[in-house]
Design a protein around this ligand. Sequence first.
Ligand code: NAP
Ligand code: MG
Length: 488
Amino acid sequence: MTTTTIPQADLTTNLLIDGEWVEAAETFDDLNPADGSLLARVAAGSAADVDRAVRAARAALDGAWGATPGVARGALLNKLADLVERDAAIIARLEALDIGKPVAQPGMLDIPNTVATFRHFAGWADKIQGATIPTAGYLGMAATHSYTVREPVGVIGAIIPWNTPLMIAAWKLGPALAAGNTLVVKPAEDAPLSILHLGTLIEEAGFPAGTVNIVPGLGPVAGQALVEHADVDKISFTGSPEIGRHIQKTAADTFKRVTLELGGKSPQIVLEDANVEAAINGIAMGLFFNQGEVCAAGTRILVHRSLYETVVEALGQAADAQVLGDPFDEATTLGALVSAKQQERVLGYIEKGKAEGARLVAGGTSPDQPGFFVRPTIFADVDNSSTIAREEIFGPVGAVIPFDTVEEAIQIANDTRYGLAATIWTQDVSLAHTVAAKVRAGAVWVNGWAAIDPALPWGGMKASGIGRELGWSGILANTEEKVVTIVL
Ligand code: NAP
Ligand code: MG
């Protein structure tokens, strides 16, 4: 079965298992969202392929990688960061080809964040420490000496979505490798290419064979096999709540550790005293960056009634000012959605918004051209109980909702099943802190959207997820604490 060579990156689309690029019995088609053409035939990993990858990961853990000290793991992660930086232009092209996003955007977020993540966790690799804990002694008979150590969880299955695949893979690889784990990575069907390229960089950096294995494939086949595998210790999943729920249930059979990073319906709260211009720019970015295919997209825009019409009008203009088109054209600010399925889903929500009585201010249709494009869309006068305010659309669609009091803003912000992120626009320091304390979200930003950093924990409350990635929390999530007690 032949897979494809991608000329842009000198990349083959096979499976990476135990340091070898191997073919799978079947392939799946990876399309270019900007024109619907076939981009690559990619190896579709089977349950048997996943099993071989897990065995390789276990062998590396028991062998060369397990024997690699923290300082050397850190050096390898720094080397990998350097290689990602070197190949930034290649990676940006792969992400633009595979996902349909403007080619300049990976250089603004995905690539610098990936580099920073590897460097941040390189720094932790030799600093993962336990504690010495005094106790009352052993049954009144003898004194004791007790200490804790943090050991790797083991073999980790990393399941990645398609929206910012390289960056999310780095969020899983960085802390897991720093802590001494090995991995089997299952990229998303719609966007496996940048992760396959990362595989070549992992080899070039000199990680021992089997430390990181990459098995592209279909979610219900390769992903499912990884979640079911008895010798996988943990699943680190980013994706939809529906698949996340299924993964947690399935993982329970083998008592796997699970972290879930799921969706969101994040509020942007514009308080009465906000710097309106800054808020409008930040809100537009939070709606249209990456075509709105962002888990933390600020899709519910709650605006104090005194600023409401100003903000609605300005967001309509910001939507109309987006340049929709070829991801490789430098003028483009909004690319294609990732797939025909995603385009249909987003257009379906837009029709629901119209049917449920929201006021369409901008967009609302697809342009008449090939590729999976949807015009940037703003709805005003949205009821927070309507479908477009409750469900994650994962496209360039914003819902603007007025409020009269700060208490009402907080109530609407929290009236959602999600709790990933929230942004508060205010110049009042006290209000910033009091509202931040009351919003149920894993991340609250004040006067800026998506101020993320690998040093900061990342994850959601409620249906937005379980557990945290990144920062020291990322190390905790990738280690098991062991206590050793010596009866003296
Ligand atoms: P998805 O459909 O849940 O897929 C995510 C991953 O799970 C893909 O690799 C998918 O494979 C795989 N998968 C599907 N079925 C599976 C199964 N039975 N067992 C194991 N794995 C399975 O999500 P998506 O459409 O790719 O991504 C969009 C969602 O991700 C949105 O809800 C978004 O909010 C969320 N997201 C969250 C964050 C965050 O940090 N919180 C970041 C980005 C995205 P296939 O590709 O083959 O289907
Ligand atoms: Mg693709």
